[in-house]
Design a protein around this ligand. Structure first.
Ligand code: ATP
Ligand code: MN
Length: 462
C-alpha cells in the first residue's frame, strides 16, 4: 500500500487505490461528501470525494461514522482534481472505519488549538499540523546532521549518558543512584556512595565532549549526537532539562577551522530544510513565522559576521540600549545581548570569539594575552546562542593550571590529561543544541514544541 506522500508524488491518475490514514476533516454538500485523509507521511492530506449519487446505504452508514480523527481505509480511483489546492483527488467508492473517534470526547477539534493547550495532550498533539510538521522537520534535520558529517569523513561516536566524573558544573547535573535514599535517611545514616551502583556518585551527562575528544585523538574527525541532561532551574523558551546535542570534535584544528565548520554546518541544515522540506516549510512560513523562508534563504547565501567578545561589549556599551542587564567587559552575555548583537548590530548570525577565561570552561585554549580563551559562540536572531565551541587547550601545563584556577582537581581528569601527554595536538569542536536549531528553522517560539515529550522544571508528564 502506498502512503499519501507517494500517491501525491506519483499522481497515477486512473489507477484504483486504497489509502489508509485518519480523517482530518469531513464536510458534506448536496452533491458529495469530502473527507481529507492524512497519514503523516507529508504535510498534505488526500482529498477523498464521495459522490452522493453513487452512495449505497452501506456507504452512507460508514460515512456517518467518519469523524475528525477516525482511522480509515478509503478505496477508489485517483482522478485529476477540479478544485484548486490539490492536483489529484480520490474519487472514493468505499470507506472502512478502522477505528472510530468519538467527536464528543476527542480533544482535538477542527479549530486551531493553542500550543499551550496542546502541551497538555502531548500524546495527541503530533496529529496537529504544527506539531506534525515539527516532528517531520526533526527527523529531516537529524538525517541532515549525519549526512553533513558523513560526507566530510567525520565518524559518529556514541558517548556515554552516565558519567561518574562530577565535573563541568556539577550543580546542574542530575544524579543517578540505585541507593534507597529514603530508607537511609530514615535510619539516620550518612549516604555511602561506595555502596552505590557504580561505587561512587554518578550523574547524567551534560555533554559528550570530554569523551569524544578521546576519539578525536584517535579517529581524527568525530562527532556525537545524543541526549544531554541539565538540571537547569530556568523556565525559558530556550532551555530543556533533556535536550539533544550535536558535538563535533576534530584533530589538528584551530579556532578558525571550528568557526568555518560551524558556519558550513548551519548552512547545510538550513539548505536541507529549504530544498527538501518544501511543504512543511511553506506551512511554517505561512502560519508560524511569516517571512521565515526568505530570512533563512538570506542567511544561507551570506558569510556569518565575526566579532570578538571585547568588540561586542564595546558595541553594546556604545549603543546605550536600555538593557535589563547592563553590559560590561567580563559579564556573561545575556540572551538580550546575544539577540541584540545578531538582530540589530549585525542583522543575521554572528560568531563571537575570545571570551574572558573566567566565563568559559577549563578546557578552552588560553590566548597569549592570558585573559581570553579561544571560544566561539554562534548567535542567531530570535534565539541567541545556538552553538558554543572552542579550540581546546592542548598544552598539558596550561590545562592543569586552568583546572586549578577553576577549583578542579587534575587527578579527577587523569584520562583527559593523558590526551595531552601522549601525542597531544591542537583540536577543536562545538556543541549545537538540536532543539534550538529546530526553533530557528521552523520559527516555532517555544523549545517545548520542537521535542516530542519535553522535560523541564516540574514537567515530566507522558
Ligand atoms: P545558554 O547560556 O544559552 O544556556 P550554555 O552556554 O549553557 O547555553 P553550552 O554548554 O555551550 O550552553 O551548550 C552548547 C549548546 O547546547 C548551546 O549553544 C545550546 O544550543 C544548547 N543548550 C545548552 N543548554 C541547553 C538547554 N538547557 N536546553 C536546550 N539546549 C541547550
Ligand atoms: Mn555556551
Amino acid at each position: 500500500m502506498k502512503d499519501i506522500k507517494a500517491i501525491l508524488a506519483e499522481r497515477s491518475v486512473g489507477s484504483a487505490i486504497t489509502a489508509k490514514g485518519w480523517a482530518r476533516t469531513k464536510r458534506s454538500t448536496k452533491g458529495a461528501t469530502f473527507v481529507e485523509l492524512y497519514d503523516g507521511s507529508c504535510f498534505s492530506g488526500l482529498q477523498c470525494v464521495f459522490d452522493s449519487g453513487a452512495a449505497s446505504p452501506g456507504l452512507e452508514a460508514a460515512l456517518a461514522r467518519v469523524t475528525t480523527g477516525a482511522a480509515l481505509a478509503v478505496s477508489g480511483v485517483l482522478v485529476d482534481s477540479p478544485a484548486a489546492g490539490q492536483p489529484v483527488e480520490l474519487k472514493a467508492s468505499a470507506v472502512e472505519v478502522i477505528g472510530e473517534c468519538p467527536a464528543d470526547s476527542y480533544p482535538l477539534q477542527k479549530k486551531a488549538h493553542s500550543l499551550e493547550f496542546l502541551r497538555e495532550i502531548a500524546h495527541l498533539r503530533p496529529r496537529t499540523n504544527t506539531i506534525g510538521a515539527a516532528a517531520r522537520m526533526r527527523d529531516e534535520m537529524a538525517y541532515a546532521v549525519h549526512t553533513f558529517f558523513h560526507d566530510r569523513g567525520f565518524r559518529y561516536v556514541h558517548t556515554p549518558l552516565i558519567t561518574a566524573s562530577d565535573c563541568e558544573g556539577a550543580g546542574e547535573m542530575f544524579q543517578v543512584t540505585t541507593l534507597d535514599l529514603d530508607a537511609i535517611a530514615k535510619r539516620g545514616e550518612p549516604v555511602d556512595y561506595a555502596k552505590d551502583f557504580f561505587g561512587k556518585k554518578a550523574f547524567l551527562s551534560v555533554s559528550g565532549q570530554l569523551n569524544v575528544e578521546t576519539y578525536a585523538m584517535a579517529l581524527g574527525k568525530t562527532y556525537t549526537f545524543g541526549p544531554t541532561f541539565r538540571a537547569e532551574n530556568s523556565n525559558t523558551t530556550r532551555h530543556l532539562a533533556e535536550f539533544w546535542m550535536i558535538e563535533p570534535e576534530f584533530a589538528f584544528a584551530e579556532l578558525a577551522d571550528d568557526m568555518e565548520l560551524a558556519e558550513d554546518f548551519v548552512k547545510h541544515l538550513l539548505g536541507w530544510a529549504l530544498d527538501r522540506c518544501g511543504d512543511d516549510m511553506a506551512f511554517f512560513d505561512k502560519r508560524v513565522q511569516p517571512g521565515l523562508i526568505g530570512m533563512l534563504d538570506g542567511v544561507r547565501s551570506k558569510r556569518f559576521a565575526h566579532m570578538t567578545y571585547t568588540d561586542a561589549i564595546a558595541e553594546l556599551e556604545r549603543r546605550k540600549e536600555p538593557f535589563e542587564f547592563k553590559p560590561y567587559w567580563g559579564c556573561d552575555l545575556q540572551t538580550e545581548h546575544e539577540r541584540y548583537l545578531s538582530e540589530t548590530v549585525v542583522g543575521g548570525p554572528v560568531i563571537v570569539t575570545d571570551y574572558p577565561r573566567e566565563l568559559k570552561a577549563f578546557y578552552m585554549r588560553l590566548n597569549d594575552d592570558g585573559k581570553t580563551v579561544r571560544a566561539m559562540d554562534v548567535l542567531v536572531p530570535r534565539i541567541g546562542e545556538i552553538i558554543g565551541g572552542s579550540e581546546r587547550e592542548y598544552r598539558y601545563d596550561v590545562l592543569v593550571e586552568n583546572m586549578r584556577a577553576k577549583g578542579l582537581r587534575p587527578e579527577d581528569y587523569w584520562w583527559y590529561l593523558d590526551l595531552r601527554r601522549f601525542g597531544s595536538a591542537p583540536h577543536a569542536g562545538f556543541g549545537l543544541g538540536f532543539e534550538r536549531l529546530l526553533r530557528y528553522v521552523t520559527g516555532i517560539e517555544n523549545i517545548r514544541d520542537v521535542i516530542p515529550f519535553p522535560r523541564a522544571v516540574k514537567q515530566a508528564d507522558f
